[in-house]
Each structure stands twice: as structure tokens, then as C-alpha cells.
Design a protein around this ligand. Structure first.
Ligand code: ADP
Ligand code: MG
Length: 271
């Protein structure tokens, strides 16, 4: 099934109220983030997408692919299901070596080009995480960051899932901006729940949840893009300073002042 659009039609919030947002349309290649306090319905929203809700979940939402409900066959058959959902609890339950595990998964899922798929998957994962993965080490020996990177890489490269959902997976050990760059290159619809405001700002649209309902839809316009750029540069400065402090370097407020000014002046921020 060639996926061009994914639409979520609003249903009801937790108290049965109509959702303020009646419809969300995502096109192939777009990235959406889901934000809102704990208990606001973020996981429920992601799960509705994963199940291709059709007025049959507590929210009463409907999910359409290319404008139509998804046929039952695609939902029941894992090899045809276009969605990969990764949560904090998703894990590889295997103590096989990385190479062997990925080889088996590639064979089941794709059947051809196995060696190349395995290589691409590990390369992709290594771009996401700072700690390179040793193909001969056991899956169970990977660090948290390596495991999360490999889960995402596996879903993208071997699973080849056109729709990838991430529910608050910790981003420790994951290179945040690079992850989104990479995912964009692979042309997926990517929907993620995050507590990291910098990641939320990298998406094309933010869905704001409250009380189990889609409260607001905030598209990323030119103004938001400038804010995101500035915050991202500020964050880079913070990271740079953490590294300096860790390395035992003395700090200098004049140097910091110059760096901050350059961020404020870049991109017409003074207008
Ligand atoms: N639209 C809804 N209708 C009915 N129950 C909902 C709805 N949205 C969320 N819930 C329920 O509210 C609780 C909290 O939602 P959850 O999605 O886990 O929040 P979050 O992931 O934002 O912390 C869950 O028990 C969930 O099933
Ligand atoms: Mg949740």
C-alpha cells in the first residue's frame, strides 16, 4: 500500500466532550510531535494511529490512510502493517549477536539484500548514537542509547515501515537533531511524543493534547522556524559549555556574551 496521507479525525476527549481539533492531516515525509502534560492523552492518540482506530476505541477517533479507512487485512498481518510503534517498553528480546539478529530479521521481512540491509541498519543506528555498535556483541549487551538507536534504525531500514510512532522514548544517548534529519531523508510519516521542547520544535506540526482531546494544532510557520533556529543555537551553546566545564576549562563571560550576541543577531533576530 503506497501511503500518501495519514488523517486523524477527531472524536471525544476523556469527559466525552467533542475534540476541539476536528482533523489532522499528515503527508508522507512530514513529522508531527504530540505535546501535553502527563495524562493528557498522548499515548492514547499514538495508539489510535497504531490500531487504525475506526470509531472503535475510547476516543471514537477515526484514522484514514489516503482518505479511506484501512482494510482489516493490513492491520492483522504484521508483514503488511505499515506502522511501527516504539515505546519505552519496546525491546529486543534476544541475546543473539547484533549481526545475527539483524540478519534474521532482514530475511523474514525482506528476503533479499540481507547483508546490505544489516550494514545500512547499523550505519543508521551509529549515526543516531554516539557509541558505535559492535556487530558481534549480544543484543542484550547494548547500552540504552544503542538499543534505542537500533530500534529506530531497524524499524526504518529493515521494517521499512512508512509510518513510525515513538512514544516518549528517552533520548539520552541519541543525537536529537541528526535523528530527525535522518528520518526526513527516509521519507516517513513520523509521529512522536516527546518532553524535549527542542525536538518538539523540529517537527512540521505540533498537536497539543489536553484532557484526552486534541486541543490545538500548531503548524510550523516562518516565525516558529526562526524561534526554533534561535533556540537550537542557544542549546548548542549550552552543550558547548557543558563540555567546557566537564573538560575543566576556565569560563569567560566576555566570550559567552559574544556567542550569545551572535545568536541574537543571526537570522534577523533583532527585527
Ligand atoms: N479521548 C479519550 N477518551 C477516553 N479515555 C481517554 C482518552 N484519552 C486518554 N484517555 C485515557 O486517559 C488516560 C491517560 O491518557 P494517556 O494517553 O495515557 O496520557 P499521556 O500519554 O498523555 O500521559 C488513559 O487511561 C487513557 O486511556
Ligand atoms: Mg503516555
Amino acid at each position: 500500500m503506497e501511503i500518501e496521507t495519514l488523517s486523524i479525525l477527531g472524536g471525544r476527549g476523556r469527559q466525552g466532550q467533542d475534540e476541539p481539533v476536528a482533523r489532522v492531516d499528515l503527508r508522507m515525509g512530514e513529522v508531527a510531535s504530540i505535546v501535553g502534560p502527563t495524562g493528557s492523552g498522548k499515548t492514547e492518540f499514538i495508539n489510535d494511529i497504531e490500531r487504525f482506530a475506526n470509531s472503535n476505541t475510547p476516543s471514537g477517533r477515526r484514522v484514514l490512510v489516503n482518505g479511506s479507512p484501512v482494510p482489516e487485512e493490513s492491520i492483522g498481518d504484521p508483514s503488511r502493517n505499515p506502522v511501527a510503534l516504539i515505546t519505552q517498553h519496546t525491546n529486543f528480546l534476544s541475546d543473539l549477536p547484533v549481526r545475527e539478529f539483524l540478519r534474521i530479521h532482514s530475511e523474514i521481512r525482506r528476503g533479499a539484500d540481507v547483508a546490505s540491509l544489516v550494514r545500512q541498519t547499523v550505519e543508521f543506528a551509529n549515526e543516531l548514537t554516539g557509541e558505535a555498535i559492535d556487530m558481534e556483541s549480544a543484543m542484550t549487551e547494548l547500552s540504552g542509547g544503542q538499543t534505542r538507536a537500533l530500534l529506530i534504525a531497524d524499524a526504518v531500514v529493515i521494517g521499512n515501515s512508512p509510518i513510525i510512532l515513538l512514544d516518549e522514548i528517552e533520548n539520552a544517548g541519541i543525537h536529537r537533531t541528526r535523528a530527525l534529519d535522518l528520518l526526513r531523508r527516509h521519507r516517513k510519516i513520523f509521529v512522536f511524543v516527546t518532553h524535549d521542547p527542542r525536538i518538539a520544535l523540529l517537527s512540521d506540526v505540533r498537536v497539543v493534547m489536553r484532557n484526552g482531546a486534541m486541543q490545538k494544532l500548531i503548524p510550523k510557520d516562518a516565525r516558529e522556524r526562526r524561534v526554533a533556529d534561535a533556540l537550537s543555537r542557544l542549546d548548542d551553546i549550552i552543550l558547548e559549555y557543558r563540555a567546557k566545564i566537564r573538560a575543566g576549562e576556565p569560563l569567560d563571560d566576555t566570550v559567552l556574551g559574544e556567542r550569545l550576541t551572535s545568536v541574537l543577531l543571526a537570522d534577523g533576530g533583532g527585527r
